[in-house]
Design a protein around this ligand. Structure first.
Ligand code: ZN
Length: 489
């Protein structure tokens, strides 16, 4: 399949990869053996002959020797600065070992500990360290979900306004190793926020958003809101009964639960009205339903309907999404699909904490939690992510965990399963970023963000994927990581 429709066909490529498997992960599920890059963009995906025709005397050629090329991985929810400051420790591993912070929230209550980062040098160091780590995993895009004034005096120092300024400085220097989407935070991470502070914060976003030089490298897309806590802490707002008869609550302002829900809806609508994306941490069924209702209401107010049929053509509507979504219900999934909303899930949190959910809400609720299969069947944009450093940012482990959580694939469905899970780390998070027009799949005209694996992922079981090496990472046509120097001469 020759797919070269850009530029002069005889002009040589800047980089050619040939002799392997290329998985475009596009709608047509294009596969080839070679790929060519010019000026940071993909110019062809096809056969080795296609690539050879674009190879000039100066063109560097990577002999894939059976390796596989995927779109660069997008970790669509990772606290990269915090990850860079704490790696190789993850919160989940520390909990399992009984040594570390007991939860994401506990990281903020260790009052006798100095902040992990407090100087500009430390902030830059943490961001760059994370960039190095993520590049070594084939990750070329990520979302840093929640930087803002509510964390300026935070315990970690990893979520403050100064961190955003550090990102801006690094982007201007061309030092970022991945494309970064940032969500602003006008409250405390995993904590309380209120409507008036939130609305005041929104007014400052246009100025902040104008700071990066290249919005494809660094973009302030919108805001993060914490709707509720998590089920094991009895904090997720749910219709189900916790052992003490309670139902959890919301983290936003408001005297009563009804007032809090009204404030949550108002926050979402205020951001939507300004064209800002909203990513809402919501785990309880009632919290999630409230978020989805608010998005539906915002759409009605703006007179925009983004139904399933036309959502691919609507490029002006920001895509709001639910983060975690533990107890999301089937009817809410259907509404999310209709609204073009995304669901951003960490499968490793499901596999590692389901017993706690079982303990507080019972077997039935635990078994129905994190319904990845139902989300895909409903047509919801399902993105998988690490929430690093809660989990390791190793997306190969994320795919193995998602496969384990989803249970056996139907007859003949193994390849479909792997493709679905790979898309949840590439094409679908590009939609979350509103960037599916220029990244997330391997197609001529899209940026040359690539992840090269040791072998074809369609040839291994998902549980084996963590042992398949990442060998090369390319960002905008530039090699940012290489495990085998011989690969690139
Ligand atoms: Zn998070």
């Amino acid at each position: 399949v020759l797919r070269s429709d850009l530029g002069a066909p005889d002009e040589p490529a800047d980089l050619v990869l040939r002799g392997g498997t290329v998985l475009a992960l596009d709608a047509a599920d294009t596969r080839g053996t070679a790929l060519a890059v010019r000026d940071g963009m993909i110019v062809a995906v096809g056969s080795d002959a296609t690539a050879d025709a674009l190879t000039g005397p100066q063109t560097p050629v990577v002999d894939l020797a059976g390796r596989a090329v995927l779109p660069g991985i997008n970790d669509s929810h990772v606290h990269a600065t915090w990850l860079g400051a704490t790696w190789p420790t993850t919160v989940m591993d520390a909990m399992a070992a009984g040594t570390g912070p007991g939860s994401e929230a506990d990281a903020h209550t260790g009052a006798d500990l100095p902040p992990l980062v407090s100087t500009e040098a430390e902030r830059r160091g943490a961001i760059l360290h994370a960039g190095e780590l993520l590049a070594s995993l084939g990750i070329t895009s990520y979302t840093e979900p929640g930087l803002g004034p509510g964390e300026d005096d935070g315990e970690t120092g990893c979520f403050s306004r100064a961190v955003f300024d550090s990102y801006v400085a690094l982007e201007r220097e061309g030092a970022l190793r991945a494309r970064v989407t940032v969500l602003a935070l006008f409250g405390v991470l995993d904590g309380h926020s209120d409507l008036s502070t939130f609305e005041r914060g929104l007014r400052g976003i246009p100025e902040l958003a104008a700071a990066p030089r290249d919005p494809r490298r660094l973009r302030l897309a919108g805001v993060k809101i914490f709707a509720d806590g998590i089920p094991p802490m009895l904090q997720a707002w749910t219709r189900h009964d916790y052992p003490d008869g309670s139902h959890g609550s919301l983290l936003v302002g408001g005297e009563s639960i009804d007032a809090a829900a009204a404030d949550l809806r108002a926050m979402i609508q205020a951001a939507d009205a300004l064209g800002l994306q909203v990513g809402v941490h919501a785990t309880g069924d009632r919290a999630i339903a409230t978020v989805v209702d608010a998005v539906a209401e915002a759409r009605r107010r703006r007179g925009t309907t983004v139904g399933r049929a036309d959502r691919n053509t609507d490029r002006n509507t920001v895509r709001h999404y639910v983060i975690h979504g533990d107890l999301v219900e089937a009817r809410t999934l259907r509404a999310m699909a209709e609204l073009g909303m995304g669901l951003n899930v960490q499968a490793g949190i499901a596999t590692r904490t389901v017993d706690w959910v079982r303990g507080v809400l019972g077997d039935d609720v635990a078994e129905a939690a994190w319904p990845l299969r139902a989300a895909l069947q409903a047509g919801v944009d399902l993105s998988l992510s690490s929430d690093g450093p809660i989990l390791s940012p190793d997306w190969r482990a994320g795919i193995a965990a998602a496969d384990e959580w989803m249970g056996p694939a139907r007859e003949g469905g193994r390849e479909r399963r792997m493709l679905d899970l790979l898309r949840a780390y590439t094409a679908t998070p590009a939609r979350q970023d509103g960037a599916e027009g220029w990244k997330g799949t391997l197609e001529p005209g899209k940026v040359a963000d690539l992840c090269v694996l040791e072998t074809d992922p369609l040839g291994v079981e998902p549980c084996e994927l963590p042992s398949v090496g990442v060998e090369l990472t390319v960002l905008g046509g530039d090699i940012v990581y290489s495990a085998a120097p011989a690969l690139t001469g």
